[in-house]
Design a protein around this ligand. Structure first.
Ligand SMILES: [Zn+2]
Length: 362
């Protein structure tokens, strides 16, 4: 009986998705519909600080501010997934947007970390590029455990496994370029208008973004755990500023898409996911440590070029690559392992001083 029911549900979902794809602009629809999703709520506080800041409160205030800003534009209709402190399933959040045949879905959150990390980042759904992005997605996804029947609803997800989230058919792939374009506009505004630290556009497997069939982004507006950023995010001045930056980006996005012939949503590549750069940091792949002083020639390192060595105590450390780009060093690490250095790992130097990678990538 259970099996049969599952089949029917899957089939119905497919029909809904198919019809949405073929009808990007429903006839008679004249307004540009934006669904604003304030993260968490009700018995799910989201991230919290010892000083009493709660993600659910800040996300709601920013979200309502974005809505008020957007509603000034008569061509835009705003729909909220929640307008008060209440709990809404991740699945329902997407369903609200799908039922409304929204043009955009914007989910608003705050970050937290045990360090003084700061800055804003905007996510689109995608393959996780590294452990850090996965950890952010995992924290946001863990809300499903607060839903009463999560075992049934999210049977296909294992929030502890990036592969399970990637493994599903990515409905969002269809809208990836538009999503990245909007994410880029939001980050540009944070950086240029508000002078916030730009942690760039990133990709990771957020369940809430899996549910929607329109361009969708998830904004981590900043770290409530950072002393000054926490103050900024909890002040109405800060919330207003963040909200205006997001609203302006949505309006820019709408205008850009509107200039295309026939009003069809653009599928041109307009932006690329930025690499993840850490200023003042050099990442290297440590291949080996040895008491022997070996020449840094490719023939000594299974054909790998770009080898450097450094003496540390009695040992010589042999490194492959040197870059501030965390994405690139992960690619180099994969290459090193493939070339025959299975125990290779990434090391990092902040302003020339060896620093644990965990302290940098957070
Ligand atoms: Zn969140």
């Amino acid at each position: 009986m259970r099996t049969k029911l599952t089949y029917i549900l899957v089939f119905t979902l497919c029909l809904v998705f198919t019809s949405s794809f073929t009808r990007l602009q429903p006839p008679g629809k004249d307004k540009f519909i934006v669904v604003l999703d304030a993260g968490h709520g009700g018995h799910d506080p989201g991230k919290q600080t010892r000083s009493g800041l709660r993600e659910k409160d800040i996300a709601l205030k920013i979200t309502l501010d974005v809505g008020h800003e957007l509603e000034k534009n008569k061509d835009i209709q705003v729909i909220y997934t929640r307008e008060k402190d209440e709990f809404i399933d991740l699945e329902e959040r997407g369903a609200i947007a799908n039922r409304a045949k929204a043009d955009l879905f914007v989910s608003i959150h705050c970050n937290a970390h045990s360090s003084q990390a700061n800055g804003a980042e905007t996510y689109v759904l995608g393959l996780h590029r590294n452990k850090t992005n996965f950890e952010v997605a995992k924290a946001e996804n863990s809300v499903i455990f607060l839903e009463s029947n999560y075992e049934e609803k999210y049977a296909q997800y294992d929030v502890n496994s990036p592969e399970s989230i990637i493994g599903l058919t990515l409905m969002q792939e269809e809208y990836l370029e538009q999503s990245i374009y909007l994410a880029g506009l939001i980050q540009d505004n944070f950086r240029q208008k508000l002078n916030r630290h730009d942690r760039s556009v990133k990709q990771a497997g957020f369940i809430v973004l899996h549910q929607t069939v329109m361009p969708s982004v998830l904004v981590e507006t900043g770290f409530i755990t950072n002393t000054s950023e926490g103050k900024f995010l909890s002040s109405s001045r800060g919330q207003n500023a963040i909200a205006s930056a997001i609203a302006d980006a949505v309006v820019d996005y709408k205008e850009h898409m509107g200039t295309n012939e026939l009003g069809i949503t653009s599928t041109e590549p307009v932006a690329e996911v930025k690499d993840i750069i850490y200023e003042d940091v050099t990442f290297k792949v440590q291949l080996a440590a040895s008491g022997n002083n070996i020449a840094t020639k490719p023939y000594n390192f299974k054909g790998l070029r770009d080898i450097t060595k450094a003496r540390e105590g009695k040992l010589y450390k042999y490194y492959y690559g040197a870059t501030s780009n965390y994405t690139e060093i992960n690619e180099k690490l994969a290459q090193a392992k493939k070339s025959g250095f299975p125990t290779a790992y990434i090391v990092s130097f902040k302003n020339g001083i060896k620093t644990p990678v965990d302290h940098i990538v957070n």
